[in-house]
Design a protein around this ligand. Structure first.
Ligand code: SAT
Ligand code: MN
Length: 524
């Protein structure tokens, strides 16, 4: 509980509406996490994984109709429709009140309402933001414990302030027809109903740290972006930080913890964040970024010792696996991890063999894992002032046309590169057809909490604030030849592109010959 009356008044109102049997204020302690874990194990919702290989790790199977973000029922509820813009679904606050709010009436009868105080951003950072999520899902609570800094720490950071985001979440009956995710950017409020899945239900993530925060960032003169943050250290020990936007399931987690190829002697990478960056100018005129999250919610399929060893190591303890396959010895498996075991239980709980026509893991199956466990985590990932950004990358998944890397000629030209981004849709959202190209400016199409035109203007305005904003690049690791073979090896070799970018940032003239060949090889 807290003495903050702005919080308690709102929680009381939500309790009256949802009528839970019990209200549990989360303190974020280990004992509380153990209690909730045991409860889910007892209920059969969690399955304990092999304790030797995956200590303190659990498998969770979601409702098969609730496996990805649902953009069709995601709404921006600004006072004026024109503030939501043409790319967002719009519901007026009044209409949300009449159409959506009644769904919560009595929705938590027979259930516990968990109150999760959380901080997005490093504790004590002037740039961090406090939020509260009310939820009737213990699975969501345990995910939030990994993804954000929760409990007493958040109450302490908020003190008596009324500046917090209110998130009301109920899984309802998990019916797709009653599902709705509403954002009220003017009153820092989120209502999420009918889904327990990641981006729909872990409200600190896309709902708060992107949709609400992007609107707030515009008002306050900073940027909330769908970007990883990584540091690239050269052999002389100098670290350059790069922020990079790619749509969901296009390799942000892989790039954030990429391991340089052996040929790049003396180079190493540092992970700051894999999904979201909050960036603002420091007094020195440089752009500084913090990662608002405390964990990674990564796509499992395709993750292997070859493609992302650091992610595997991170997720090998204290993690939650959602919708992956599991073998008889309680080891997880997904497509791309390695040779398939002879027998598995698939993500729906059915028997599976390598001959089965279905995939063992859902293409959008995920691991939720603490960032602090990442072998490449930067010693600066929780710096309250953030890390200084030298270059910004915009990238998509494009089989043709778009070259490996392009350098912008100016900030505004870079904004144009970001704004014209397109990418093949992935399994991260349910209502887009995987493979079809859609325009996804700055990888923010599903996450911008206001009018996209105003968003572009905000980016242009950000470029005018300082003499030397970071250089902007467009990248595409996914170009294929006429036989569908990738032209670029990707993964660790992407560091070679980053290295070239860093050279350019340092003003080191034209691309050197081998790198020019890379560009030419990618040209059809
Ligand atoms: O489900 S999330 O939105 O959290 C992941 C993603 O789609 O980027
Ligand atoms: Mn994402």
């Amino acid at each position: 509980m807290t003495g903050n009356s702005a919080v308690t008044t709102w929680v009381d109102e939500c309790v009256k509406l949802c009528k839970p049997d019990k209200v549990h204020w989360c303190d974020g302690s280990d004992a509380e996490r153990d209690m909730l874990t045991k409860m889910l194990l007892d209920r059969g919702e969690f399955q304990r994984l092999n304790e030797a290989n995956w200590p303190n790790c659990y498998l969770y199977r979601s409702d098969p109709t609730d496996v990805a973000r649902t953009e069709k029922v995601t709404y921006i509820c600004s006072e004026k429709e024109s503030d939501a813009g043409p790319t967002n679904n719009y519901l007026s606050p009044a209409q949300a009140q009449t159409d959506i709010l009644p769904r919560y009436a009595g929705a938590m009868k027979g259930r516990t309402m968990y109150v999760i105080p959380y901080v997005m951003g490093p504790l004590g950072s002037p740039y961090s933001k406090v939020g509260f999520q009310l939820t009737d899902s213990a699975y969501v609570v345990l995910n939030m414990f990994i993804m954000a800094r929760v409990g007493k720490r958040a109450l302490d950071q908020l003190g008596s302030s009324a500046d917090f985001v209110k998130g009301l979440h109920s899984i309802g009956e998990l019916l797709p027809e009653t599902r709705a995710i509403c954002h009220f950017p003017e009153r820092n409020e989120i209502w999420s109903f009918g889904s327990g899945y990641g981006g729909n239900a872990l409200l600190g993530k896309k709902c708060h740290a992107l949709r609400i925060a992007s609107a707030q960032a515009r008002r306050e003169g900073w940027l909330a972006e769908h970007m990883l943050i990584l540091g690239l250290e050269n052999p002389e020990g100098k670290v350059y930080y790069i922020a990079a936007a790619f749509p969901s399931a296009c390799g942000k987690t892989n790039l954030a913890m990429v391991i340089p190829p052996a040929a790049l002697k003396g180079w190493r990478t540092w992970t700051v964040g894999d999904d979201i960056a909050w960036m603002r100018y420091g007094k020195d005129g440089r752009l500084y970024a913090i990662n608002p999250e405390a964990g990674f919610f990564g796509v499992a399929p395709g993750t292997s010792a070859k493609t992302n060893l650091n992610a595997l190591k991170t997720a090998s303890a204290n993690s939650i696996f959602t919708n992956v396959g599991v073998d008889e010895n309680q080891n997880v498996w997904w497509e791309g991890l390695g040779p398939a075991p002879a027998k598995l239980t698939d993500w729906k709980g059915n028997p599976w063999t390598p001959d089965s026509p279905e995939k063992a893991a859902h293409p959008n199956s995920r691991f939720t894992t603490p960032a602090s466990q990442c072998p490449s985590i930067s010693p600066h990932w929780e710096d309250p002032e953030g890390v200084p950004i030298s270059a910004i990358l915009f990238g998509g998944r494009r089989a043709s046309l778009v070259p490996l890397v392009v350098e912008s000629t100016s900030w505004n030209n870079g904004v144009l590169i970001g704004a014209s981004m397109g990418s093949e849709a992935t399994a991260a959202a349910t209502d887009t057809k995987a493979g079809t190209i859609r325009h996804d400016p700055m990888a923010m199409l599903p996450f911008c909490g206001y009018h996209m035109g105003d968003y572009f203007q905000h980016w242009i305005d950000m470029g005018k604030k300082v003499a030397n904003p970071p250089k902007i690049y467009g990248v595409n690791w996914f170009r294929q030849d006429e036989n569908g073979k990738f032209l670029w090896p990707g993964f660790g070799d992407n560091v070679r592109v980053l290295q070239w970018i860093i050279d350019r940032v340092e003003g080191k003239g034209e691309p050197s010959k081998p790198r020019l060949e890379i560009c030419l090889a990618n040209k059809t």
